[in-house]
Write a protein that binds this ligand. Structure first.
Ligand SMILES: [Zn+2]
Length: 121
């Protein structure tokens, strides 16, 4: 979603779920990020949240989505899927997303906005 594009009602449902997952991560002592993968028919196929607190800094939900998609979806399905996420992809997850050939990314907050929320939380 570019800043010029308004989210659809479905986008908002998925983004709210991402923020719920982010909150769950935060409550569990992790960094507040949550993401989900939605297929071309609008079904949620996979969701996860940040799990880096035990020392593996690659356990970002967007990275887990890329791994899951590579294992479970055909290249065509991956291209047609949308990834919803609470915060903008980091460099590692952007690369993983591109390598496995996933479709558009819709995020609830930019990195700048997220830093503001973290201050509030
Ligand atoms: Zn990441």
């Amino acid at each position: 979603m570019t800043p010029e594009t308004l989210p659809t009602p479905d986008d908002l449902v998925h983004l709210r779920r991402c923020v719920e997952l982010a909150r769950e991560a935060l409550d569990d002592g992790d960094e507040p990020f949550g993401s989900l993968l939605v297929d071309r028919d609008g079904a949620v196929r996979f969701e996860d949240r940040n799990r880096v607190k035990d020392g593996d800094a690659t356990r970002h939900p967007e990275f887990e989505i890329a791994r899951w998609a590579a294992e479970h979806l055909t290249p065509e399905e991956r291209r047609a899927a949308t990834v919803y996420t609470s915060g903008e992809h980091c460099a590692m997850c952007s690369a993983a997303h591109a390598w496995v050939g996933l479709g558009p990314i819709v995020y609830a907050s930019s990195t700048t906005q997220l830093v503001g929320w973290l201050d509030e939380w």
